[in-house]
Design a protein around this ligand. Structure first.
Ligand code: NAD
Length: 352
C-alpha cells in the first residue's frame, strides 16, 4: 500500500518517520510512504531534505493512480474536506483524531467513505499505549479485586501549544485534543453503558478554548471514571490511579513506574494514630506493613506499529478495522455531553 501524508507538521512528520520504520520491518502487510503534501512550502522543503517526494497540490495526490491511501494530519477543521475528496477519489483514508468538529460531521465523513467504498480509520492511537494496556491488565488480573474507580490524568505546564489549537474555528481546545484519546481509552476500558457525565473546563490562560478539563463519568455497572487534562500544572500527578475493593494501583508515568498495594488484613491490628496537621487521626494514618502487600505492575507492551499493520490488513480484508465507526461516534457524543455539562454546570444524564 502506497500512502501520502497530507499535512506534514508535527504529527505528519511523526507518521512519516513511523511509516518508514514500519516499512523497513514489515513483510506481510507492507506500507510505503509515497510522498507528502502541505500548504506550507517550508514544510515541503523539509520533506525534500528528508528524501520524501512532495506533491504540489492535494488534487495531484488524489489524481495519482499510484496512490492507494492518504493520511490526513492537518489541523482539525481541515479533516472533513480531505476525507470527502479522498473518498471520492477511491483512496483509503487514515485521518488524525479528532476526526471531525462534531459528531454530525463525523457521521457524514463515514457516510462518504462508505459511498466511496474505501477504508476509513481514525488514528485513535492511544489504545496501544503501554500505560493504558497496563491499567486494563490491572483490572483484568483482579489482584486488587473488582475495580470500582479509575483516574486517568495527563498534566503539563506549557499551556496550549501552537496557534490553531488555541482557536475554536480550527477545532482547538484540550477536549478535542487530549479528551478524544482519554475518552476513547475509557470507553475501551469499561464495558458498560454511560449513565451520567459531569465536566468542568478551565480557562487559566484566557484563550477562547478550554486549556484543560475535569470529567467525571458514571457507568451503569457502578464504575466511576475520572479524567483530568491540565496544561497549567507544574507538579506531576500519577498518570493512573486504579481503585479495587482489595487494593489500589498507581501507574506514575509513561515509563510505567508505580506499583500496587493489596490488602491482606482489612482491619489493621497494628494501626496507630498520628498527629496530622493540627489534629490527630487514625483514619488517614499509614497502614502497618503486615496488613498490606506490595506488588509490581503487570506491565503490558503493545505490538509495535499495531495501528498501521491493522490498517493495511483491513484494507485487503485480512482483519477487521481496529477502530470502528460506532466507537468513534460514541467518543464524540460523550465529548458533546461533557461540553454541555461544562456550559451549563450541570450533570448530564444520558444512556450512551
Ligand atoms: N494521534 C496523535 O497522537 C496526535 C498527536 C498530535 C497531533 N495529532 C493530530 O494531528 C493533526 C495535526 O496536528 P499537528 O500537531 O501535527 O499540527 P501542526 O500544526 O504541527 O501541523 C499541521 C500541518 O498541516 C498543514 N496544513 C494546514 N492546513 C493545510 C491544508 N489545508 N492542506 C494541507 N496542509 C495543511 C500545516 O502547514 C502544518 O504543516 C491534528 O488533527 C491533531 O489533533 C494527533
Amino acid at each position: 500500500m502506497k500512502a501520502v501524508i497530507i499535512g506534514f507538521g508535527g504529527m505528519g512528520g511523526y507518521h512519516a518517520k513511523m511509516i518508514r520504520q514500519f516499512a523497513a520491518s514489515e513483510k506481510e502487510y507492507p506500507l510505503e510512504l509515497a510522498g507528502v503534501f502541505d500548504i506550507d512550502p517550508a514544510r515541503l522543503q523539509e520533506a525534500e531534505k528528508e528524501g520524501i517526494r512532495t506533491y504540489s497540490s492535494a488534487e495531484e495526490v488524489f489524481s495519482d493512480k499510484g496512490v492507494d491511501a492518504v493520511l490526513i494530519a492537518t489541523p482539525n477543521d481541515v479533516h472533513a474536506e480531505y476525507v470527502y475528496a479522498a473518498a471520492k477519489a477511491g483512496k483509503h483514508i487514515i485521518c488524525e483524531k479528532p476526526v471531525a468538529m462534531s459528531s454530525a460531521q463525523a457521521e457524514s465523513m463515514y457516510d462518504a467513505a462508505e459511498r466511496g467504498g474505501v477504508l476509513f480509520e481514525v488514528h485513535q492511537n492511544r489504545r496501544w499505549d503501554d500505560d493504558f494496556l497496563t491499567a486494563k491488565q490491572i483490572a483484568a488480573e483482579g489482584k486488587i479485586g473488582e475495580v470500582y474507580k479509575i483516574e486517568s490524568r495527563v498534566v503539563g505546564s506549557n499551556g496550549i501549544p501552537g496557534a490553531w489549537r488555541k482557536e475554536k474555528a480550527h477545532g482547538g481546545g484540550m477536549m478535542l485534543d487530549w479528551g478524544v484519546h482519554l475518552i476513547d481509552q475509557m470507553l475501551q476500558f469499561v464495558k458498560s453503558m454511560v449513565v451520567s457525565v459531569y465536566c468542568e473546563y478551565s480557562y487559566i490562560y484566557g484563550e477562547e478554548v478550554e486549556d484543560g478539563c475535569e470529567l467525571s463519568v458514571l457507568f451503569e455497572n457502578g464504575v466511576r471514571y475520572k479524567i483530568l487534562i491540565a496544561t497549567d500544572c507544574f507538579r506531576p500527578f500519577p498518570r493512573w490511579q486504579v481503585y479495587g475493593v482489595e487494593g489500589t494501583a498507581t501507574i506514575a508515568d509513561w515509563s510505567l513506574s508505580g506499583g500496587m498495594t493489596r490488602v491482606l488484613e482489612r482491619q489493621d491490628k497494628k494501626l496507630v494514630g498520628i498527629k496530622a496537621g493540627n489534629g490527630f487521626t487514625k483514619t488517614m494514618a499509614q497502614r502497618s506493613d503486615e496488613s498490606v502487600e506490595e506488588l509490581p505492575l503487570p506491565v503490558v507492551h503493545a505490538q509495535p506499529f499495531a495501528f498501521y499493520k491493522n490498517f493495511v490488513a483491513a484494507a485487503i480484508g485480512k482483519e477487521s478495522p481496529a477502530i470502528r465507526r460506532e466507537e468513534v461516534l460514541r467518543v464524540f457524543r460523550l465529548m458533546e455531553a461533557a461540553q454541555l455539562s461544562a456550559q451549563t454546570n450541570e450533570v448530564v444524564k444520558i444512556r450512551l
